[in-house]
Structures are given as C-alpha cells and as structure tokens.
Design a protein around this ligand. Structure first.
Ligand code: CO
Ligand code: ZN
Length: 330
C-alpha cells in the first residue's frame, strides 16, 4: 500500500489548537472533495464528509484539534502568561517553541524557583522577543492560542512530528475514504475540541444518529525504557481498543474487528489504555447508544512536539478501516 506520507507532513504542520480548527478542515475538505458527495461544516465546526450509499450509516471520527496554549496576560516588559488547552505536560514546557496563527514564535521560560516543587504553570512565561506590552500587543492578544513547533521528520519506518495526535487519525480516515468500495452510507466526521472534552464528536453523533461508529486516534505504548506496563508497541500493528477511561468496547465490535483483521492478515494488537479517551467515548453514549469501536495508532511521546509512530501501523490501520467499512457485519 502506498500512502501519501508527504500529505501527512503538510497536515501535521497546519495550525489547529482546540477551538481554531478551520485551517485543518479547509485542507481536508480540499483533499476529499473528489471522493465524496457532500461536504458541510456544522455549528461547532466539525467537518462532515458524506458519501452516500445504502445499508448502514457508518460514522468515522478523527479529531482535527491539537493541544496548545492560550494567552491569559501580558506584562509591561512584554512577557506573556498562558493557560493550557488540552493535556499539556507542564514539566516538559521549558525551552519549547510555540507558534501563533500569525506565525509569531516564542520560547517558554521559567522564573527562578526556590525549590523544585514550586515548578507550576504560573511560574512559566512566554517570550516572543519584544520589550514592552505595547510591542507585544502588535502580535498577540489575550485569548490568542499557540501550538508547539515540531517539524515533520521521517526516520526509517518511523515518523516524528507535532500533532500526530490526531492528524494521523485524520490521515487514516482520508486515505480509507479514497480507497474504500463500501456501498454503505459513509459519514466521515473530522471533529473539533476533542482535546478539551470530545465536544465536537458529541454534537455530531447526536445529529447524525449513526448505526455504527469508528474513531481513529493515537494510543500510548509500553515499549520504551521502564515504561508503564502496556502491551502496545510501535510496529506491532493497528490497535483495536478494548478499554480507556471513556469507554469499554462491546464484545461484538471487538470480535468483528479482530475477525476481519485476522482474515485479511492485517497485524493488530489489543489496546488497553489506563488513561485518556477518544471521540468514541462521547459517540457510544449518544442518544440510545451507538455501537462503537476505535482503531488506534501506537504512538510514543503523545502530547509532546515530537510524537513518534511507525508507518507500518498506519498502513495496517488504513487497510483495516477500508475493510470494516465494506463489511459492517457484527
Ligand atoms: Co490527545
Ligand atoms: Zn487524540
């Protein structure tokens, strides 16, 4: 299978923190226009891509937003204070570069600390290279958001980049839509605000009332030195979610996904994630409940500017999603 990883490279570098996903949606819409019947954006900003068919209405969800920062204060020397958008790890922030939608870049610094336990968000500041509040205001205002800088790099079979969570899910969904011969009613939803509480997926699932939903997102791994025990590793195949903090997958869905993967010789691994959640967490409890599953891309260093995954797992995910869309028989 030859996937367009150069397109993934572009997709990861687009600015799209929670609440500001429009540029990501625009890019995806342009890519998918030839492969669908209908493209709409809903009230919250979800991009909804439909390909009409008969039989089951299948919703595929992948979130467009990435974690980031929001500016809360500008001081008279021009230093900025900020809060986090999504699961940003505070101890990793010092020395990081962040970028605003206008392209302005800054470095995160930390005040002098009396003791290590004083290391908290309110001791950090952002330095955008100005000398006064007035000068800072030319570039940045209260409420502006920024994302981490993290180039897209291919290293052997591995990819390193910012925002693989969850542009890789968007990418897998896009590549699957381009390839699938499914005759079912397909609704691909590129969701907003997953990182701050799966908000886009919630309204989309309610409005669409799907018969089945599959989310595609990253999951963590247990394959690094002294990692928290977890049986997911890079290169081990696509993850089929069993559980995370937002859902427990029904036995029928798990069996169906694994049976299709086994039949087609697609490598997969069972995923039990002891923290975090995905769009399926919101979708499966929509209205009277929606049969839902998750395909996960094993990813190291999730929520850092250098997330890492393996291309072979991405290929397995696309292949399995294509097949599942063609045979929603669970
Ligand atoms: Co995330
Ligand atoms: Zn995610």
């Amino acid at each position: 299978m030859s996937l367009d990883f150069a397109m993934l490279g572009q997709l990861t570098q687009i600015f799209g923190p929670s609440g500001s996903e429009e540029p990501v949606g625009e890019f995806i819409a342009n890519q998918l226009r030839p492969y669908c019947d209908e493209l709409t954006t809903d009230t919250l900003g979800n991009l909804i891509v439909c390909r009409h068919g008969t039989g089951k209405k299948i919703m595929v969800a992948a979130h467009m937003d990435e974690i980031g920062l929001m500016i809360t204060h500008l001081d008279k020397e021009g230093f900025l204070r900020f809060t986090t958008l999504g699961g940003v790890r505070i101890p990793n922030l010092v020395g990081q570069r962040v970028k605003f939608s206008n392209g302005r870049v800054g470095t995160i610094g930390v005040e002098k600390l009396e003791k290590p336990s004083d290391f908290k968000l309110d001791k950090l500041y952002l330095d955008i290279g100005v000398s006064s509040r007035e000068e800072a205001e030319l570039f940045v205002n209260i409420g502006d958001t920024a994302v981490f800088c993290g180039d897209f790099v291919e290293s052997g079979s591995r990819i390193i980049s910012k925002a693989l969570d969850d542009r890789i899910g968007c990418f897998v969904a896009m590549e699957a839509l381009k390839r699938t011969k499914s005759t079912h009613e397909l609704v691909f939803v590129f969701t907003v605000q997953e990182e701050i509480g799966t908000r886009g997926a919630r309204t989309a699932a309610y409005a669409l009332e799907p018969d089945l939903a599959i989310a595609v997102d990253v999951t963590m791994t247990g394959d690094t030195p002294k990692a928290h025990p977890m049986s997911v590793k890079l290169g081990g195949g696509v993850g089929i979610k069993v559980l995370d903090h937002s859902m427990v997958t029904s036995p029928q869905i798990k069996r169906w996904m694994a049976a299709v993967a086994t039949e087609l010789n697609i490598p997969f691994q069972w995923e039990v994630l002891e923290y975090g959640g995905t769009d399926s967490g919101a979708i499966h409890i929509s209205r009277g409940g929606v049969p839902s599953g998750v395909l996960s891309i094993p990813t190291r260093y999730v929520h850092s500017p250098a997330e890492m995954l393996d291309k072979r797992d991405v290929e397995a995910a696309v292949e399995l999603l294509v097949a599942l869309l063609e045979r929603p028989e669970f």
